[in-house]
Design a protein around this ligand. Structure first.
Ligand code: GDP
Length: 196
């Protein structure tokens, strides 16, 4: 269980992020996928992700210290419909250099809305991760919004669509910020990695 989560710093440049002396887990996804809700649920802190959601911080790499043991990183979302080319290029440069250079990065959790058919921005981002050897774990969000049968059908569809991207089936979790389903599984997974 996570006891304390403390906001540390926001950056555009991965080289200015905290010293890479603790294992790090990052969270990313399309806007509205439920990233803030998931971060708040995992950390038992209703306001934590608000910090990264405040104006000026949504486009930054936001570091949090978790229990003095690992770093949680809230990354800016992708797939905005109306973002200019230059903003998209800025995002690409910042996020892609962070993901490929951060030596203590154990995994990036890529959040996918469990209700939707596979979406191109997600598949494109995952393809890039696959090609660049970025360690990905998928989190299907908002599972409470539909029946378990529908969630599993949607998860299967997504895994099929992403089959070509990964050498082997990716690790994934199914969560709900509403019911806290999947919370223990995600936290246990992280804490297992941190122990090693
Ligand atoms: P973000 O833009 O990815 O940070 O998304 P938010 O966490 O702000 O969530 C977007 C919307 O989806 C909000 O209205 C949330 O209340 C809702 N939401 C997020 N996660 C869940 C969930 O697990 N279940 C339900 N029912 N709604 C959720």
């Amino acid at each position: 269980m996570i006891k304390t989560a403390t906001f540390l710093i926001s950056n555009t440049d991965h080289e200015k992020c905290p010293a890479p002396n603790k294992p790090e887990f990052a969270f990313i996804g399309r806007s509205n996928v439920g990233k803030s809700s998931l971060i708040n649920m995992l950390t038992n802190n209703k306001k934590l992700a608000k910090i990264s959601g405040t104006p000026g911080k949504t486009q930054l790499i936001n570091h949090f210290d978790i229990d003095g043991k690992w770093y949680m990183v809230d990354l800016p979302g992708y797939g905005f419909a109306k973002v200019s080319k230059s903003l998209k290029a800025d995002w690409d440069k910042m996020i892609k250099s962070y993901l490929t250079s951060r030596e203590n990065l154990v995994a990036v959790f890529v959040l996918i809305d469990s209700r939707l058919d596979p979406q191109n921005p997600d598949l494109e981002f995952l393809t890039w991760c696959g090609k660049n050897g970025v360690p990905v774990v998928i989190i299907f969000t908002k599972a409470d919004k539909q029946s378990k049968t529908k969630t599993h059908a949607s998860v299967d569809k997504f895994l099929n669509a992403s089959e070509a991207i990964f050498q082997e089936a990716p690790l994934y979790f199914i969560t709900s910020a509403e019911t806290a389903d999947g919370k223990k599984d995600v936290v246990s997974f992280i804490e297992e990695q941190v122990k090693e």
